[in-house]
Design a protein around this ligand. Structure first.
Ligand code: PMP
Length: 406
């Protein structure tokens, strides 16, 4: 076991810096995570030593980079336990992956009057592409409601499923309040009616062990930058059968087999969905991030984060006038709160002056804020490089905010 918090913090150069003359505390991990040296150095090495465009080259460096890119695909396959390498499609990120499915599967299967089910706790990225698809096709968007703790109501979900349901798309973990959804069960219920399911794993992949075969997900999407990897790269996992059936999304080079002015035939999986030069250095960097996480131990990370969440929940709950949103039994390290009589933006600005980065606003999840009857929250989202001492500093900063507004 190599989980040692001091060593881990030393792996992240940015955590050593100061902000407003104070040791930097980074609690905006749900927006993006910081990068360990292993990732930075791996990408730096490609730029310095082996950079060449992939697949088409016959020359030495192109061969090395192609192998490294395809090795990253295998690393991803292994990380999420997909059956085949070619079920791993590199995308620019979660948003791109969801749009890909909406424009391929969606265009193929949705007809007028059909229904798509999402949930009340989705990020805008898993709402708007489906809403736009519904508009194009004159279909209907159905929403699984939640209770006051931020947990989805599965009985309501069962009622929403109908012979018109064509797609279910739900998040594994809610970015705004941290709820972990029972996605295995959600998938099982959809499959009992023959409906395919997309899972938005943007906030799950960095906290939970994800096994796409065990979940039996048809699609699983996530972003590299939220799991300690680089920006501009993500993954769409899709089951081989369904990826074979759906049409390509973006078209152009790489994704083709034969091209003439009369007709084009398409490349095989996964290349059919990777038009143009992919972000191969990003993919290699994301592979390095996955290797780093495995090295530190996924279970050890989860246990450490659970402790931090419990500590943070307890400490913040002790503050008078502070209300925490998101009290699901199953949740990851998101502390989303409001302070009585204080706008989240004002609170966030003052907290920042203490060298602590939190996020304020609706967290790209306006419907859930509306459901709670608020405009937004202050959100401290935790990562395994955070500490109890940092949570103490957040609590001190919150007390200062209260003093200033009293
Ligand atoms: N879904 C969820 C649950 C998210 O938290 C985010 C990012 N905040 C996204 C989708 C979109 O991810 P990206 O911006 O990397 O495409």
């Amino acid at each position: 076991m190599t989980f040692d918090i001091n060593n881990i913090r030393n792996d992240f150069p940015i955590l050593q810096r100061k902000v407003h003359n104070r040791p930097f505390v980074y609690f905006d991990n749900a927006a993006t995570t910081q990068k360990p040296l292993k990732v930075i150095e791996r990408m730096d090495k490609v730029y310095r030593e082996t950079n060449s465009n992939i697949h088409r080259g016959v020359h030495y460096l192109s061969d090395i980079t192609t192998n490294d890119f395809e090795a990253a695909r295998e690393t991803v396959r292994n990380f999420i336990n997909a059956r085949h390498d070619h079920e791993i499609i590199f995308t620019p990120g979660t948003t791109a992956g969801i749009n890909l499915v909406a424009y391929t599967l969606g265009e193929k299967v949705i007809r007028r009057g059909d229904e798509i089910i999402i949930s009340a706790i989705e990020h805008h990225a898993n709402i708007v592409p489906w809403q736009m698809l519904c508009e194009r096709k004159k279909a209907k968007l159905r929403v699984i409601p939640m209770n006051d703790n931020g947990e989805l109501l599965l009985e309501e979900y069962r009622k929403l499923l109908s012979p018109r349901t064509r797609i279910v798309a739900v998040t594994h973990v809610a970015n705004s309040i941290g709820t972990v959804n029972p996605v295995k069960q959600i998938i099982e219920i959809a499959h009992s009616q023959g409906v395919p399911v997309l899972i938005d794993g943007a906030q799950a992949i960095q906290h939970l062990r994800v096994d796409v075969q065990e979940l039996d997900a048809d699609f699983y999407v996530f972003s590299g930058h939220k799991m300690y990897g680089p920006t501009g790269i993500g993954v769409l996992y899709g089951k081989e059968g369904i990826l074979e059936e759906i049409p390509p999304y973006q078209t152009g080079g790489e994704m083709v087999d034969q091209v003439s002015f009369e007709k084009t035939t398409f490349n095989s999986l996964p290349f059919k969905f990777e038009a143009g030069t992919p972000n191969y250095i990003g993919a290699i960097g994301m592979g390095a991030a996955m290797e780093y996480l495995k090295e530190k131990g996924l279970d050890e990370i989860a246990a450490y984060e659970k402790d931090l969440l419990e500590y943070g929940t307890r400490r913040l709950s002790e503050i008078e006038g502070l209300y925490l949103f998101g009290r699901a039994k199953e949740k990851i390290g998101v502390l989303s709160f409001v302070l009585k009589g204080i706008h989240p933006y004002d609170a966030g600005m003052i907290i920042d002056k203490h060298g602590i980065a939190v996020r304020t606003g609706n967290h790209c999840a306006q419907p859930i804020m509306e459901r709670f009857g608020i405009g937004g929250t202050v959100r401290a989202s935790l990562a395994f490089y955070n500490t109890r001492k940092e949570i103490d500093r957040l609590c001190e900063a919150v007390e200062k905010v209260k003093e200033m507004f009293s």
